[in-house]
Design a protein around this ligand. Structure first.
Ligand code: ZN
Ligand code: ZN
Length: 325
């Protein structure tokens, strides 16, 4: 396996959505979310995954895959990526996803479908079909992991993001789940599926606070470097999860983060001066993944103002302005 001393963090430009690919110094690969832009046949992350695999001598494994939450701008490319990994002879070895069951959402969808007026059924069928494909694909990945986990539990694992948990140890790199807190999961889980299904009859994903609250919050630690990955976590969910880790766990005491993926594509509801002051140190990188046409107004000008006011020495990297970051 090719080794160097670099942690490569790529925020792939997937327009409105998220996709973060990371290669660890040991060569192992992490993928957090995977949007496929409308009209694309292949998720753009495949180019990076190919490059990563070649660098590590033709190993096509994804050593850790995380689906942060069930909004479609975070998952439409995942089925293609998993299929690609399998065709190349690789495996997904660790899976982290939001703390709620796909099947529960799918069953709620089927119940809703029977009650819809006929003119809303077509849009619903499309969204439901995409979700079903994802559900089946994730279930197969999970099953494969659980089969191997029995004999090699250090290399294979399946976790739900439900409160703090150290989750994976690689050579020189650790990955911890920082949130959401279990209390937030319990409070919002039921609502999240209801909100998600509200948009489906109209053929669109209904981004809501409840689904975003479920977002897995991860920290990648390499030497003194801390990378914070946040999905679409709202401001108060993120702040309370990280503050609770900082106050309870020795390894997070006094910690700030050097690379922060700004949650929810730079939406104002996921930002405040207080938040960035609490999370960031004196310098580093703030990453925003947002669509070129700013259809949703991402990143919000308030968010940019908050970052400017609280982190003047940070470099802001945004997919609206840079091709890939
Ligand atoms: Zn999103
Ligand atoms: Zn979302």
């Amino acid at each position: 396996m090719a080794k160097d001393d670099k942690l490569r963090v790529v925020m792939v430009n997937v327009r409105q959505g998220d996709c973060i690919a990371i290669q660890l110094p040991s060569g192992e690969v992490m993928l957090v979310d995977c949007n496929k832009p409308t009209g694309s046949d292949i998720p753009p992350v495949i180019n990076y995954l190919n490059e990563f695999a070649e660098r590590r001598g033709g190993i096509y494994d994804i050593d850790l895959l995380c689906l942060t939450h069930p909004d479609r701008d975070h998952y439409t490319g995942l089925v293609d990526v998993i299929d690609w990994v399998q065709r190349k002879g690789g495996s997904v070895k660790r899976l982290i996803h939001f703390a709620s069951k796909f099947r529960r959402g799918y069953e709620a969808a089927l119940r809703k479908f029977t009650m819809l007026p006929d003119d809303q059924k077509a849009g619903f069928v499309f969204e439901c079909g995409e979700f079903k494909k994802l559900m089946e694909c994730m279930a197969a990945v999970k099953e494969n992991i659980q089969e191997h986990e029995k004999t090699a539990p250090k290399e294979w694992s399946f976790e739900r993001a439900d409160g703090f948990k150290p989750t994976a140890r690689f050579t020189d790199v650790s990955v911890d789940i920082l949130g959401p807190k279990s209390s937030d999961v319990q409070k919002f889980e039921e609502d999240s599926w209801n909100n998600l299904l509200e948009g489906w009859p109209f053929g669109k994903s209904n981004e809501s606070k409840s689904t975003n609250v479920l977002s897995c919050i991860l920290c990648v630690r390499f030497k003194s470097l801390r990378v914070l990955l946040t999905g679409d976590s709202p401001e108060e969910t993120l702040l309370s999860a990280v503050s609770s880790c900082v106050s309870r766990f020795r390894q997070y005491k006094g910690v700030t983060f050097d690379i922060i993926k700004i949650p929810h594509h730079g939406a104002a509801s996921s930002s405040s001066i207080n938040l960035w002051k609490a999370l960031s140190g004196r310098s580093g990188y703030m990453l925003i993944s947002a669509g070129l046409d700013r259809r949703y107004g991402h990143p919000h000008t308030e968010t940019l103002r908050h970052i400017g006011a609280s982190c003047p020495n940070h470099e802001l990297v945004c997919t609206n302005y840079c091709p890939d970051a």
